[in-house]
Structures are given as C-alpha cells and as structure tokens.
Design a binder for this molecule. Structure first.
Ligand SMILES: Cc1ncc(COP(=O)(O)O)c(C=O)c1O
Length: 393
C-alpha cells in the first residue's frame, strides 16, 4: 500500500523535533551537528532568535493579503536586494523551481518583445539542477529527472560541462536567447565554474545578444563568501534565480533582473498567490540585514578557510575514502573514493549530517554562522566516520 506521504524520497530514519544554531535534536534526544543546513537553506542555523522574532512579529500583524495589494515587507526586501546587487527589479517566489519558471518566461518574453520571437532556446549544462517543475527538469535534462515525464518542455540545448568549443558553436545559433548556469553546481557535485569561464560566458552573451541567467539558488546568499557567487568573477548577470538561503528556512525565492531583461514582464504576464507574502519577506529582510553585512561575510570567509584547511588534512589522512576537497566558501564538497552514501551513513552514526551529491561527492553546507569549535567537532566526526568506512573497503 502506498504511504500517506507520496514516496518520492528515500528518507534517513531520523526525525528531528527541534534545532538551535548548528544543532538538531532527534526525537530520541540525540544531538546532531548539521552540515547540511536543510540543503543550503538555514544560513543562520536553526531557530535564530532574530529570525524567530521577525517571523513572530509579522505573524502577529498580517499573514497574507495577495499581490493585489502593496505588501510592506515585500517592498522592503525588494529594495534591499536592489541596493545590494546588480538588479533593478525583483519578483518573489516560494521556491527555486518557481524562480526557474519565471527566468525562462522572462528571457523568452524579452526576445519576443524585441522582435526576435524565434530566440526561445536556452543553453544549459550537464550536471546542472534547476528544480523539479516542468521547466526545471527540461532545463537540466538528465534522464534521471525526465524519464517518464515527457513530453518535455522544448527549447533547451544541453551542453557538456566545460566544453568551450560546443558552447561557442551553440551560442552562435540564431534561436538561442539565454544561457542558464549555476556558478557552483550543487546537486551536480559542488562543481565551480572557474571565474574565467563565467567571464567568457558573459562575453559570449554580449557578443550574441544572449541573456545570462545565473542560478544562485544554492550558491547565493553569502554561501561562497560573497553575497552572490558571481561577484567573485566581477561579472553581473541579466537575470538571477535565488531561493534557499534567502528565507533562512522559511520558503522564499526570487528572480532578480536588470531593467532591460525584465522589460517584457508587464502587468498580467506573471503572478503568484503566495510569492512575496508578508511572513516570508519579513524573514527575508532580517536574513539580508545580517548576511549582507561585510563583517558577517568576512567571517564566512575566515571560517571557510578554517574548514577547508581541516578538510584538506582529513582527505590527506584518509586517501582510500576521500580524493579531494572542492567548492567555494562554505559550499564545500568532498570528492570520495569510497561510496559517498556510505560516508553519509557513517556520519549519521557519529551524529553528523552531510548531504550526498552527484559525482560521488558529499556536500558540506553548514550554517554560515557555524562556530570554530563546531567546525573542529564536525571534522573530528568526519574523521571517525571515514575510519569506519575505511574498515569496510
Ligand atoms: C541550483 C538550484 N536551482 C534550483 C533548485 C530548486 O529549488 P527548490 O527545491 O526550492 O524548488 C535547487 C534545489 O536544490 C538548486 O540547487
């Protein structure tokens, strides 16, 4: 008989009932150190007092009115995002995959309105992940996500990751209107696009009048040690998808864009009942207040250096289990020699949470305010987990 929850997830046998900072408490009382942060979501850990206060204060005032009216916290958050990024305008969603839907629509409408309705194709890359909506799975294109769900939304050109010649050729096609790329692939195994490639992509987009869509759903919101990951390369996109960290654990996403790219999105062309609701945006404003502060970002970079250095030591000490450390900031991956899921499982037995990814990688995506002591503790637990796995090889 089917379970009362649609069985689309293989869940670990863990039920967390409360959390505080980098720690989660299981129903049986065990305390787990959380290096997954709800898959890069809880940027300020669990139950951050300022976020709890922002949410409860808003909850006592107003939950929902719809986008038929002005929403004060939504306006505040849009202004904050415009102030701190390349963007001129923002549309709020409830998730990353909804941000993908709008990014695709926005790019197509832009070219349509500019008199090039044939420019519907969007270039994407192998190993990418853009969500589970019809557009999201068609964009990523992997068989794992698309098999059985056809007919797929047409208009995506899938290229191998890092194949410069294929990219140059594809970008010259008169039907290409946009390129969608994650500056650091998350689900794909913490694969960072080198800054030079991001710059090259920007040049290619400018040369051919292609819109650059960055998917910063996982790598954005200070995770890589800049407010948004593309800032490392010095370029700016035309459109950017954001979600996960921006709500600190409350469902919230956004599409940010420059005025020209957004010019087709006039009244009536897009909407969302819940997108930009008062509760989500009140929390989002508080997240931005904290993470956009240069002192906070400097601390992320310092802690990232500490974690990375300790992980390099871990990898060197367990060559049969780990191959390398990769990633950026506090979005780190351990490329494994042993099966990654064995290491994640062994982590559970050490009360440590990590997240598997493609390419036999485990992801370390801790809360950005993790302490130095917790970093040391986490690496100690990873060492114990690695020693256990080594015995099975
Ligand atoms: C890069 C990227 N884009 C899009 C998504 C989809 O976001 P959501 O699960 O909020 O729909 C994810 C989720 O993991 C992601 O990592």
């Amino acid at each position: 008989m089917i379970t009362s929850i649609l069985p689309t997830y293989t869940r670990a046998p863990l039920t967390f009932v409360s959390g505080s900072g980098s720690w989660l408490v299981e129903a049986d009382g065990r305390r787990f150190l959380d290096l997954g942060a709800g898959i890069a979501v809880n940027v300020l850990g669990h139950a951050h007092p300022d976020l709890v206060a922002a949410l409860t204060q808003q909850a006592n005032k107003l939950w929902h009115v719809s986008n038929l009216y002005n929403i004060q916290p939504q306006q505040e958050l849009a202004d904050l995002l415009v102030e701190h990024t390349f963007a001129d305008t923002v549309f709020f969603t409830n998730s990353g995959t909804e941000a993908c839907e709008l990014a695709v629509k926005m790019a197509r409408k832009y070219h349509y309105d500019k008199g090039a309705p044939e420019r519907t194709d969007i270039i994407t890359f192998d190993g990418s992940f853009h969500g589970r909506s019809a557009a999201g799975i068609a964009a990523a294109g992997s068989e794992k996500m698309t098999k059985g769900f056809g007919p797929l939304l047409p208009g995506f050109v899938h290229l191998p990751f890092g194949d410069h010649d294929a990219l140059t050729q594809a970008a010259a096609s008169p039907t290409v209107g946009a390129i969608m790329v994650e500056p650091v692939q998350g689900e794909g195994g913490i694969r960072a696009l080198p800054d030079a490639c991001l710059k090259g992509l920007r040049d290619l987009c400018d040369e051919h009048g292609i819109l650059m869509i960055l998917d910063e759903v996982q790598c954005g919101v200070a995770r890589t040690g800049k407010l948004f990951a593309h800032e490392w390369s010095g370029i700016t996109p035309d459109i950017m998808m954001v979600a996960k960290g921006i709500g600190g654990g409350f469902p919230l996403g956004a599409v940010l864009a420059i005025q020209n790219a957004a010019s087709g999105m006039t009244a009536g062309t897009h909407g969302s009942t819940y997108g930009g609701n008062p509760l989500a945006c009140a929390v989002g404003c508080k997240v931005m207040d904290i993470v956009a502060n240069p002192d906070f970002i400097a601390e992320v970079n310092r802690k990232a250096g500490l974690l990375r250095q300790k992980l390099e030591g871990l990898v060197a000490g367990h060559p049969a289990v780990f191959e390398a450390v990769r990633g950026s900031g506090l979005m780190l991956g351990l490329k494994c020699n042993a099966p990654n899921t064995d290491i994640v499982q062994a982590g559970y037995s050490e009360n440590l949470l990590t997240v598997p990814a493609a390419d036999n990688v485990i992801r370390l995506l801790p809360p950005l305010n993790i302490t130095d002591t917790e970093i040391e503790e986490a690496v100690d637990r990873l060492k114990k987990a690695a020693s256990k796995v080594a015995l099975t090889l």
